[in-house]
Design a protein around this ligand. Structure first.
Ligand SMILES: Nc1ncnc2c1ncn2[C@@H]1O[C@H](COP(=O)(O)OP(=O)(O)O)[C@@H](O)[C@H]1O
Ligand SMILES: [Mg+2]
Length: 214
């Protein structure tokens, strides 16, 4: 479903990704492990169409992302991908419900009847009218996961999603992501520097010095 071939990315003259080869099948849960600064976020942003590679190919469902127009790339990002971040990135001035509804608004979907179901899926149905600052970190991340799911993307991209959570909440979040792949066929790509976290996924890859180690 996701195929990267010899992907290179530079910041200025500095190479960050030096020839990444990576394939992720539909419904697979893959972790990419690497130390801080190894290019994990850069890699995830490329897969999510937030940025384009300098060389090489990124194909998602057979389509080359570099061949997309700006509008096609925006549509891909908004409709086909759900992002989860280390610091949740919830909007502080709107409620849980409104945060989860946001991807629907961005996709011009007026029907918000699914929002409660996704909040229930992540165990947050009783806090729909709270504001983010009224929630614990683990709760905020569960809301962020509901937000990443609400527009029914096939691909979930998670950038250090447990990086600011304690062990118990990390485990809950990872169990939830694993279930999304296993039970709902979502394709999940997660990056982390923690060995313990990567072990929740089906496959663990390592990135070092700009390449994925065999
Ligand atoms: N927008 C940017 N401009 C310049 N350098 C960047 C930019 N983003 C990341 N880098 C550099 O690229 C390298 C990889 O960064 P990143 O992908 O964020 O790594 P990781 O997520 O593994 O910590 C780091 O050396 C970082 O400083
Ligand atoms: Mg990072």
């Amino acid at each position: 479903m996701i195929h990267l071939i010899d992907v290179e990315k530079y910041y200025g003259q500095t190479p960050v990704l030096k020839g990444i080869n990576l394939s992720v099948e539909r419904g697979e849960f893959v972790s990419v492990m690497g130390s801080s600064g190894s290019g994990k976020s850069t890699l995830l942003n490329l897969i999510g169409g937030m940025d384009l590679p300098d060389r090489g190919s990124i194909k998602v469902n057979g389509r080359e992302l570099s061949s997309f127009s700006d509008d096609q790339l925006t549509a891909y990002r908004r409709q086909e991908v759900g992002f989860i971040f280390q610091f949740f990135n919830l909007l502080p001035n709107i409620t849980v419900f409104e945060n989860v509804r946001m991807p629907l608004l961005l996709n011009d979907i007026a029907d918000s009847s699914g929002v409660r179901g996704y909040l229930q899926r992540v165990g947050m149905a009783d806090k729909t009218d709270r504001f983010p600052h009224e929630l614990s970190g683990g709760e905020q991340q569960r809301v962020a996961i509901a937000r990443a799911l609400v527009h029914a993307p096939e691909i979930i991209l998670a950038d250090e999603p447990t990086g600011s959570l304690d062990t118990k909440n990390s485990r809950d979040v990872m169990d939830l992501l694993a279930a999304l792949a296993k039970e709902e066929g979502k394709t999940v790509v997660l990056v982390t520097h923690e060995d313990y976290i990567a072990r929740f996924s089906q496959k663990v890859l390592r990135i070092s010095d700009g390449v994925i180690l065999a």
